[in-house]
Unconditional design. Structure first.
Length: 277
């Protein structure tokens, strides 16, 4: 039994035009879809809001709505993050935090820990400029004490100049008398957060979360040297390429691509000693 198009559409509640109109597809739709899929594969934690900025860097003239449409049509998804944990607010429910107003106004630093494939742990000292969101350094070593913290800061101060303030938690490497006296001598004011209140160091905690989410959780490091190279490569990508939502989906320091082109990861102490023998 044949049913007319008019009657079938009436029963289904659809306009007849939907059965005749063929959706027009842009000439670059296939190529754009492939480019979005490639970016989603390479940067698994980036969503459709950050991907348009990378596409524009590649020369595409596309807005976020079109990217979102293709993203949903292709079934692309960002892997779920870990469940959120409740904060332990202060008694008055308020957190005092100095807001950065310019570059070199407030820096912050903190530690991140991971392990190589043999189970041995290593630590990373991350230093960021809170205003520009630029990661100034990630020092990766098996052990990091206050002397290596001083060494890292002195190198950064020579390159960028000392900041007005530097923020950290109350770890012994940051509260050491030698570190505090040296910073005070240079006129750098220390900002120590309340114990048990990591959100007061929110800029650095957010950066460390991105480091773990986008690199550490997806890599197996077989040696410390491999970890140093991959972490430094990710740091440069973060500064020069990765779109940052707080900066209008632009990278924190795209101008450093040329100045850092000849950068070489420094050897560890043991490697330096072996080369000197």
């Amino acid at each position: 039994m044949s049913v007319s198009e008019r009657r079938a559409c009436r029963v289904l509640g659809q306009p007849r035009s939907t059965q005749r109109r063929v959706l027009a597809q842009r000439d670059d739709e296939t190529a754009l879809t492939r480019a979005i899929q490639d970016l989603a594969t390479e940067y698994g934690r980036y969503g459709y809001r950050r991907v348009p900025a990378l596409l524009r860097e590649q020369g595409w003239h596309v807005n976020h709505k079109r990217v979102e449409r293709i993203w949903r049509r292709e079934g692309l998804k960002v892997p779920p993050k870990q469940p959120k944990r409740a904060r332990l607010w202060l008694n008055d429910g308020y957190c005092i935090r100095l807001r950065p107003e310019r570059q070199n106004h407030v820096w912050s630093y903190d530690f991140v820990m991971d392990r190589t494939e043999d189970g041995r742990s290593f630590r990373m000292l991350t230093v960021i400029d809170e205003f520009s969101r630029r990661c100034l350094a990630i020092r990766t070593e098996r052990r990091l004490d206050h002397e290596l913290v001083l060494e890292t800061l002195s190198d950064l101060f020579l390159r960028y100049g000392p900041p007005d303030h530097i923020r950290s938690d109350n770890g012994p490497e940051f509260t050491a008398q030698a570190v505090r006296a040296w910073l005070s001598k240079l006129g750098v004011k220390t900002l120590f957060i309340e114990p048990g209140s990591p959100w007061e160091n929110g800029y650095n905690e957010s950066f460390n979360g991105k480091l773990r989410d986008e690199l550490l959780d997806g890599e197996i490091f077989y040696t410390l040297r491999e970890a140093q190279i991959l972490v430094e490569r990710w740091r440069r990508h973060y500064n020069e390429v990765r779109p940052h939502s707080a900066l209008g989906y632009k990278p924190p320091a795209p101008q450093t691509r040329q100045s850092d082109a000849n950068w070489v990861v420094p050897p560890t102490k043991s490697q330096a000693n072996s080369m000197s023998l």
